[in-house]
Design a protein around this ligand. Sequence first.
Ligand code: ATP
Ligand code: MG
Length: 412
Amino acid sequence: MTPVQPVRGTQSLLGEDADRLAAVVAAFDRVRRLYGFKRVEVPTIEHTAVFARTIGETTDVVSKEMYSFEDRGGESITLRPEFTAGICRAYLSEGWQQYAPLKVTTHGSAFRYERPQKGRFREFHQLDAEIIGAAEPQADVELLSFGYQLLQELGIAEGITLELNTLGDPETREAWRASLVDYFQTHRGDLSEDSVARLDRNPLRILDSKDAKDKAICAGAPNVDEYLTAEASAFFAAVTAGLDAAGVPWKRNSRLVRGLDYYRHTAFEFVTDRLGAQGTVIAGGRYDGLIEALGGPHTPAVGWAAGVERLAMMIDAPEPLRPAVVVVPLGGRAELQGQRIVAGLRREGVAADMSYRGNMKKRLGRANDAGAAYALIIGDDELDRGEAQLKDLGTGEQRAVSLDLLTEAIAR
Ligand code: ATP
Ligand code: MG
């Protein structure tokens, strides 16, 4: 390792690649305002217990992927692997309960120690949306509409499917879990090593396995529908009716479970086949038990998280901002005039640049490459006349303009 190597699974981005991430975040911020979601900020670090208790000790995230360390005071601290747990911690510690039902969003880095590959990083970025303190299925519908509109806004809704499932209420989940354990016991010998371990600790997670052998066994596993209580069925029916009314297309996937332990009722993923194995762009569901796991009162809630890098890979490249004019000063006096003009244009809200290196041909070439509409050429002798040459880079036409009238001329 040398000091100039990046940490594995991290990215440093320039220009268009960075603009893509920013475009995803900007669209998210526009849509969340339309839906009346407040913005929150939560820390990058939390006490390790915040994640261990909520996400679940048996999940991959907690058992293998967390960046945890002991700080100088001897406390176990973890870099957030996701946002939900930290937002729920803040909901309890910051008195946000008084605002329930609380619709909030945030975005930023998350950290997981996993094997880096296309669409999978160790530091990545998530968009996060939560409705806390709402038990109604209409909250699930609102949150899913939000996700769908975000994809529409990004111009990628066409290639993405909303896969929807219910995990039922605690009674449903228990009964389904017991029958899954029975079923997988009879196939124990053919399961992957990871899934054999899950069998004792977290059998639902076997359904989420990416192993081909496991997948084949999962195809014959008992279906959650056989265990749904009347209440759980009614809840799911209200969610799907709401989605239909709101014009959000969805597809039932009765095998879908979420990797984290805290889900109840609605579970969903927006998936695409355009990103290879990393096809889930938004994932979430209802997590009515999470806040209790943190020691708070029973608080129903629903939320999702989206992978910014995965969305950014799918969108069209954002248009770079083209300067309206590039000033090309020739000589020291012209450079000072150039600085005055460029600063004035930018203050007026006109994108402008100054080209101060190389010969005239090079400078005009670069102005052209940047997509500028005009070049403003300022030479010392023209300056004496209070003039400069304005060259239309599209047509090649060039005319003298008075420096005083310049701002007006460019605005026209
Ligand atoms: P996966 O099955 O791809 O590992 P997950 O179930 O672990 O995903 P969640 O915890 O639900 O993912 O996170 C929500 C979203 O964040 C994912 O759908 C994905 O878009 C994104 N995401 C998760 N882990 C990563 C990562 N390591 N790199 C990039 N994006 C990620
Ligand atoms: Mg994962």
